[in-house]
Design a binder for this molecule. Structure first.
Ligand code: SAM
Length: 279
């Protein structure tokens, strides 16, 4: 309902005319249809806008984003975060890739057409939840960008759907494409904050956030929710994240910044955040 209201709101005769009046800065064609949103578990339009705005602020407040930054979004989904960034990156450049062909098609047709400095690439990488028939292994996938060209790489709720070997390889690829001194802002479910049986807020009260299973030889450093679909939801210890980052040539900047998911009353965003720097 909200969606129809937003997309079909009648425009005043003045708005239809080229004029010196301020224009409505909304771009409804960049808001995907509901059936595409549902492929990411988004049922409520408010969540679409809320998450994008959250990340737009986090990137500026803790990720070091400037209006001139060159940035890469790993697992860009349907452009939820690109949406608010189109007004932030006034003199910057955005690249995003994802493993879902229909999401990238939507973004190329709508987003890049309206904002050419925002470009999107498809990669047929396998993921048991998002692309089970993918031809390429995440553990050896080379990001489709040259070395040392980005100020920031970020991944919002992507490593929460990936296994450790692939995650470590993505860290190394992030280091490769970052400029010297460039930063990463990655969200995780950090196991240090997970308390089995403890009450969790909102959607996180659901059993799909019960990290009850270990994996391979990772012991208590890594956990997942569904062994039959390992990339449905994953969680890492902060020590494993630090070790993977160090091996990839990335230094941790501070401690993980807590998100609200684990049930703490001291949080910044929704998921936990890790900031890394290429030295
Ligand atoms: C929960 S969605 C988040 C999408 C987007 N980051 C956002 O915040 O709206 C997870 C995304 O990660 C993508 N993904 C999963 N595995 C990936 C991989 N190995 N490489 C790149 N993207 C991946 C999925 O296709 C999906 O779009």
């Amino acid at each position: 309902m909200i969606r129809e209201t937003l997309q079909t709101a009648p425009r005043s005769p003045e708005a239809a005319q080229p004029s010196t009046q301020p224009q409505i800065a909304y771009d409804p064609q960049l808001v995907p249809p509901l059936h595409l949103m549902r492929t990411e578990g988004i049922d409520v339009l408010e969540e679409w806008f809320r998450w994008g705005e959250e990340w737009s602020v986090l990137l500026r407040a803790v990720g070091g984003l400037r209006t001139t930054s060159d940035i890469l979004e790993i697992g860009c989904g349907l452009g939820r975060i690109a949406f608010p960034l189109r007004f932030v990156l006034r003199a910057g450049r955005y690249r995003g890739f994802d493993i879902s062909t229909q999401k990238i098609e939507f973004l190329k047709q709508n987003f890049t057409a309206a904002f050419p400095t925002f470009q999107f690439e498809y990669a047929d990488v396998k993921n048991t939840e998002y692309n089970p028939t993918g031809k390429l292994a995440a553990t050896s996938f080379r990001f489709p960008y040259a070395d040392a060209q980005f100020d920031i790489t970020f991944a919002a709720s992507v490593f929460t759907h990936m296994l450790p070997e692939a995650c470590e390889h993505y860290f190394a690829e992030s280091a490769r494409v970052l400029k010297h001194g460039g930063q990463c802002l990655f969200s995780f479910f950090v196991l240090d904050f997970y308390k089995p049986g403890h009450e969790r807020p909102y959607a996180f009260a659901h059993s799909r956030f019960n990290f009850a299973h270990s994996w391979a030889d990772y012991g208590s450093e890594f956990a997942l929710v569904a062994p039959e679909n390992p990339e449905l939801m994953t969680a890492y210890s902060s020590s494993l994240i630090k070790k993977m980052a160090a091996r990839a040539g990335l230094a941790s900047v501070g401690e993980p910044i807590r998100g609200l998911w684990s049930g703490t009353d001291q949080f910044v965003g929704t998921q936990d955040l890790i900031v890394l720097r290429k030295n």
